[in-house]
Write a protein that binds this ligand. Structure first.
Ligand SMILES: [Zn+2]
Length: 302
């Protein structure tokens, strides 16, 4: 676990196509100062408006996570946000010249490689964490999301689809740069051919193809290369969950458990989480302290 704030060492760029818009987009990630957070800049608009990557900026979660401010939107941020969370990047400025981030291969592997090639810079200030004191849960129609007190940053995801290649899958990680980059970042988004055809009818998913995620019909996977892991589906759901929780602006010291959730339900949970101020506190943690004894957490001196 990283206890100091972190940014990237030097700016990195990539380009690609937005999965819903079909627009070409150039994206550059730049280092940022302490306490800056993650911000997106629309370089294609007059005045280069900025949107903060925070829960309070979320304007839509129906097909992707969309943030906005004063009519300016940035769409499909979840995979890059997961990457920032997974690699413990607190501060960065992301410039893009269209409204939607590139989907690339439908995973976070390309963003992860870009950021790891740039290198990290650990900054002078400590990171603040949401330290969970009491469980917080929401449940609805067989789905649930909760956070529970723990001395580490853990995430567990479970999915349950009737599709014969998915069924019930569960995956759990103790969050670290290594765990994220080796086991989560390259898990691709997935979808079903029938949904894809519906989206096409509404002129959505313009940039979607077998190159941008796993596509299945009723029985099989249509991608010639097959799956990257037998449980690639749940690993991607965990990646999405990390991207959603990254909008809290601070990591959670606790155990996040998501069961049959998706972006919209994760965001319903984030609202509940932020309302339940009696169940957590925000603390900078001391890098030398042992977190095995939850009761003995010490705060760092600022
Ligand atoms: Zn996703």
């Amino acid at each position: 676990m990283n206890y100091r704030q972190r940014t990237i060492s030097k700016q990195v760029s990539c380009c690609g196509v937005g999965v819903h818009s079909g627009n070409n987009v150039n994206l550059t990630i730049k280092p940022a100062h302490v306490n800056h957070g993650i911000k997106f800049v629309r370089t294609d608009l007059p005045g280069r408006p900025k949107v903060n990557a925070l829960y309070s900026s979320v304007v839509d979660t129906s097909l992707a996570t969309v943030i906005g401010s004063e009519g300016v939107i940035v769409s499909t941020i979840e995979h890059l946000m997961a990457c920032f969370s997974g690699l413990s990047i607190d501060n960065a400025l992301v410039e893009l010249d269209s409204y939607e981030l590139p989907i690339l291969d439908g995973s976070a592997s390309y963003f992860t490689k870009l950021i790891m090639d740039s290198g990290f810079e650990d900054q002078t200030n400590p990171r603040c964490f949401f330290v969970i004191r009491k469980p917080i849960e929401i449940k609805q129609d067989g789905r649930s999301v909760g956070v529970y007190p723990s001395s580490s940053c853990q995430i567990t995801c479970t999915i349950d689809f009737e599709h014969p290649l998915i069924k019930t899958q569960s995956f759990s990680i103790d969050l670290s740069d290594k765990e994220f980059s080796e086991n989560i970042s390259d898990a691709r988004t997935f979808g079903f051919l029938k949904d894809y055809e519906t989206l096409k009818r509404y002129d959505l998913a313009r940039g979607a193809s077998l190159e941008t995620g796993v596509v299945m019909d009723n029985n099989d996977i249509l991608n010639k290369e097959g799956l990257r892991y037998d449980d690639e589906f749940v690993r991607h759901k965990l990646l999405d969950c990390m991207g959603d929780f990254a909008l809290l602006g601070m990591p959670i010291l606790g155990h996040i458990v998501a069961h049959k959730s998706g972006h919209a339900f994760n965001h319903a949970f984030l609202k509940e989480f932020l309302d339940r101020k009696d169940s957590w506190e925000t603390l900078p943690l001391n890098s030398t302290e042992k977190t095995h004894q939850f009761g003995s957490l010490e705060t760092a001196s600022l």
